[in-house]
Ligand binder design. Structure first.
Ligand code: ATP
Length: 530
């Protein structure tokens, strides 16, 4: 239902035919000539979509193969009067085709090896290494230096494919596991494409569902942009209320949808020149709570040659279908299995009997071995406060984060957890998505997640960037009917699950949020200040 509404609301009123043609037109104007030819593995695939009579888009980026194609092109290279030239050209055609086929094959082998699945026409081949950023795409040296300083030796699978797609001016929707480097996959092409700073207003917008994630993405973006001329800004509350973007140098703006909408409505922000729009955690942004804001912002990004991209670790069918209808000639990229948890995480289900049993199980496990940092997810802010009081009473270095705290309190909670001052962070789903805490050893679902997607994102706070992690989900009878949904995710990532759980009836309802008995035992209530 939500997605149906999403489909009817989101981007409604856009005229795609006009847009399509304007974009093709603008691309002719946009070619700068500074870009190196790129490798695309389907230079020979010239199929159009006859059903829709779609005009196949010519990319502004010329490709390595297309250069080879241009090289053997009789239109370009031959002198019609010269038979010798024609003969030479036909040999070149054969050589060119052979080379193209070899490149297609090479790309297919690389994709297979890395579990990259793609669909769409004319898909650029994935990067073989970071060096290709400069050999294939003329990446400026400061970006490569920053990459090296960050310790990134080779691109992750999503980076290999999404970067080459975006650098070829193609829209994309991408699904790759949690912690697999999606942020850099969309930040890098933006930095490379925008090149130098401009005073003509905001040129790229990255939208994230939460302030914490927006702040984190801004930081990551700045790390990679260090030494360059681009101005990157996080849309803070103050900026959205009193900042005048018309008078401010800002090339890349990172924001939550609400703050963007607010600034646009106040006429202090004009997004009509935006060249790149990223919806990070796109499935979340397509949920009803964000939909009208996203719709408003997307319409405000009215540049016909805009390149939009959607990224998430979960991509429901409805979002995909919707993306297909609204995006132009988009490439679909799936890394690994769609909608599955990272296979670096060891997942366990534990039956705790009752709410009291859950608290007992948690205390017992902390008493036996506490291996911080640990994230504990609960279903609501009230329950976060209750559990906090119980655990603080146990003299643990514990903190909590939920939407009712001030921004400063939320920032402190995140910073202290990052710095190791907090061992156990109790959280609602406000930090379930995207947050990159280094080395979280264990995620505990004290309360069962409300959906399989929520489960994947929550447990994805551990097992990041190649490290191993652990996820424990406590359940009671209240959760029994929802067990199978989570068990399916576990099985898909190679974890063992008792067969009786998999035999449970399928649940039609997608969201699981039972009313639960209070966590409070009473003993802690008067002793701990919040
Ligand atoms: N090529 C790379 N080599 C090594 N580490 C990398 C590379 N790219 C990204 N990382 C690191 O991997 C971690 C996870 O990256 P990121 O936060 O972008 O993941 P994500 O896929 O967006 O996860 P989520 O779905 O949870 O949002 C970060 O600490 C990042 O610095």
């Amino acid at each position: 239902m939500e997605m149906e509404k999403a489909s009817s609301l989101l981007f409604s009123g856009l005229h795609f035919d006009r847009k399509k043609f304007s974009r093709d037109f603008s691309k002719f104007q946009k070619i700068t000539g500074t870009e190196k030819p790129q490798s695309r593995d389907t230079a020979v695939v010239t199929a159009t979509d006859p059903g829709k009579k779609r005009k196949r888009k010519e990319n502004s980026s010329r490709t390595c193969e297309s250069e080879a194609v241009e090289g053997f092109s009789v239109f370009k290279a031959s002198d019609p009067a010269s038979g010798a030239t024609i003969k030479r050209c036909s040999t070149q055609v054969v050589d060119g085709k052979k080379e193209i086929n070899q490149q297609i094959e090479k790309a297919a082998i690389l994709r297979k090896k890395l579990g990259i699945h793609v669909s769409g026409l004319n898909i650029p081949s994935p990067l073989e290494n970071f060096e290709e950023l400069s050999t294939r795409y003329c990446c400026e040296s400061y970006i490569l230096r920053n990459l090296a300083a960050l310790g990134f030796r080779e691109p992750t699978p999503i980076q290999r494919q999404a970067i080459s797609v975006l650098l070829s001016d193609r829209e994309c929707f991408a699904c790759a596991p949690t912690g697999s480097g999606k942020t850099f996959a969309f930040v890098c092409p933006i930095l490379m494409k925008l090149k130098s700073g401009s005073k003509n207003g905001v040129r790229a917008v990255i939208i994230c569902p939460t302030r914490e994630l927006a702040a984190q993405s801004t930081r990551e973006c700045k790390k990679l942009a260090k030494g360059g001329k681009l101005k990157i800004k996080l849309m803070t509350k103050e900026l959205s209320r009193s900042g005048d973007f018309m008078k401010m140098a800002c090339d890349i703006l990172v924001s939550t949808p609400r703050r963007l909408e607010y600034a646009i409505r106040k006429r202090k922000l004009d997004l009509s020149r935006v060249e790149y729009l990223v919806l990070d955690e796109s499935d979340k942004l397509f949920e009803l709570g964000y939909l009208t804001q996203i719709d408003f912002v997307v319409k405000a990004c009215s540049n016909p040659s805009i390149i939009r991209s959607l990224f998430s670790a979960t991509l429901p069918e409805a979002v995909e279908e919707h993306a297909r209808t609204i995006m132009h000639d988009a490439v679909r990229i799936i890394v690994g299995r769609k909608n599955s948890a990272s296979d670096l995480i060891k997942q366990k289900l534990i039956f705790a009997g009752s709410e009291k049993g859950k608290l007992l199980a948690l205390r017992q496990s902390f008493a036996e071995s506490l291996n911080p940092p640990i994230l504990v997810f609960v279903q609501s802010k009230e329950r976060a406060k209750e559990l906090y009081k119980e655990l603080a009473f146990d003299n643990l270095k514990v903190d909590l984060i939920h939407a009712d705290l001030t921004q400063e309190q939320r920032d402190d909670a995140v910073d202290n957890f990052r710095a190791g001052k907090t061992w156990v962070l109790i959280a609602t789903d406000v930090i379930a998505r995207g947050m990159d805490f280094k080395g979280v050893n264990c995620v505990i679902n004290y309360d069962f997640p409300e959906s399989a997607a929520a489960y994947i994102h929550r447990i994805g706070r551990s097992g990041r960037a190649g490290r191993r992690g652990e996820a424990i989900s406590l359940y009671t009878e209240e959760d029994a009917q929802f067990l199978r949904n989570i068990a399916n995710v576990m099985v898909a990532s190679g974890c063992e699950v008792p067969s009786w759980i998999l035999a449970l009836p399928k649940l039609r309802r997608k969201k699981h949020r039972p009313s639960r008995e209070s966590i409070s035992t009473g003993g802690a209530d008067n002793d701990v200040e919040e």
